[in-house]
Every structure is written in structure tokens, then in C-alpha cells.
Design a protein around this ligand. Sequence first.
Ligand code: R5P
Length: 323
Amino acid sequence: MRQGDIVIISGNAHPKLARDICEYVGVELGDAHCGRFPDGEIDVKVNSDVRGADCFVVQPTCAPVNENLMELLILVDCLKRASARRITVVIPYFGYARQDRKDEGRVPITAKLVANLLERAGAHRVLTVDLHAAQIQGFFDVPVDHLYASPVLAGYFRQKRIPDLVVASPDIGGSKMAWGYSKRLDAYFAMVEKRRVSPQHTEVQFVIGDVRGKNVLLVDDMISTGGSIVEAARALKEKGAEKIYICATHGVLAGNAVEKLRKAPVEQVVITDTVPVEDKPLPDNFHVASVAPLLGEAIRRIHHHESISSLFREKSVALRAHV
Ligand code: R5P
């Protein structure tokens, strides 16, 4: 290995995505063992030479979130002690992001705790996709490159050429994201007003915008229990929407989310591979679009000190380059 070369390492969270990123970048996946001691403690050994290397650790902090987070912290510590020149944590799905503020007494700000842990372990940079709240970038004192999956997801829907399209947000919080999609797709915009009555349940209050007789694309950052998006789809259907499509960056798909979506009045569900779904049997109307080229291109640009924001200026992004 030459001084300063790229080394991409994966924990156990999503090795397939790490391999796909490596294919884009044009490097072999770094050799790292991430096993368990008999008592369940995490046993890490990086076999690749990383002295002086520009290291990227790919590990979404999805379920099992505590295992994946701890593996990531230990991998970073390991690389630091092996004299890596720079360590970038590539966290396509940043877990614990929903606890990002004290909105009532005696609750933690877990997103900030995770940021502290990653920095303390030795991370020099963070590369992530569609944070639940963009301000989590400010929880870090190291640079955060915050990518949007919109070039991938909106690109998929643009080539479908759906007529009379309205892009809708399932809640007020997601309206900026959905509005961005409506601009990328030259579509009208609508919004569902949702109230969360418990972590598992939401209630729709009303729909803003004209969806009668229109095809609707519902856009969200994640589908966890599926409650928000399915309620929104039903509300839009009641307001006279024709076909309803769903797209979300993170297919967390907790509990019986897939079953809920299967029964929902929905034409197609499109998610990305920020969270692994290979082991989940998905219905035929699901499509998984890969963010590997997007992350690979960002890694290439970080390595060469090139602009990341310019990746998102155009309505479509041409991704295909090697280091
Ligand atoms: C809400 O703020 C988020 O953007 C998502 O709508 C929400 O986290 C999805 O959760 P669930 O699928 O459990 O309703």
C-alpha cells in the first residue's frame, strides 16, 4: 500500500454495501475481523496495513443498533492505534438520531452522546445520508458530509415519467425534504398533517394541497414502524388521490412495517440500501435503489479534496468514476 491510499473497512452491519462501495471506488474491501469473544464482547483485528492510510469505516447504526455502534467505535479505536492517517466513519443510516433534543424533562440527547463517542474514539470525519435532523451535524466538532439520497430516489421516479404527479410530505417536519423532491421532479407539492400520539402510533389531522385525481409520491426520511407513511397514504386516498407511490431513504422496517405496507393502498415502495434488507422478504412492489455509487463518489471526492456539495447541484448526477 502506498502512503495515503484509501482503505475501506466494514463491520458486520452492512458488508454488502461496503463491497458495492469498494466496487465503485475501485479498491478491494480492507481485511478486518470483527467477531465475538465467548462472553459476547467484540473482538476486532484489522489485518490490512493501514499505517498512513485514508481509512473509511462503513457501518450503518441500524438494528442491532448497540452492537453495530459498539463495533464501529472499536474499529475506529483499532485504526487510530494502527496509525491510520485519517479515519472517516461512513454511517449511511445514523441511528439514535430521533433523540436529538430535550423536548421534555429528564430525557437524554442520545444523538449528541453518539457524536461524542465517535469523536472520542478517534473519528476525524463523518459521512452520512439524510440525517433525521440536519442539525445533528452540529453535534460534531469534526467535518460532517451530509449526503441526500434525492439524486438516487428522485432519479428513479423521474425515469418513470408518472403523469399528474404531486409530491407529498407525511408530516410538517418532512415538508422541506419533500418540497426538494417536488422541485427535482417538476411536480406540485402537498402535505399531510400528522400528530404522533405515541412512539408506535400517529394520527392524521388534515391534508394541505390538491391531490384529487392526481398521482402522489409520498417522501420521507425513514420508514420505521410504517405507521406515519401508511396513515398518510390512507388520508391521501380518502382525499381522492389516484396511484400512491412511497419513497424513503432508510428502510428501517421495524416490527410488522412490511405487512402494514403490503396492506396499504400503495402502488410501489422505493427505499435505498442504507439499511440492509437482504434478509427481509419484501413484496414485489418494493424496489431497493442503491446509494453505493453516491457514497463511493463522496469517498472519492473526500480523498481528493474535491467538493461534495456540487454533487447535488444538478437535477441528475452522473456517477461512475474510479479513484
Ligand atoms: C418522522 O419525524 C420521520 O420523518 C418519520 O416519518 C418517522 O420517523 C417514521 O416512523 P414510523 O415509520 O414509525 O411512523
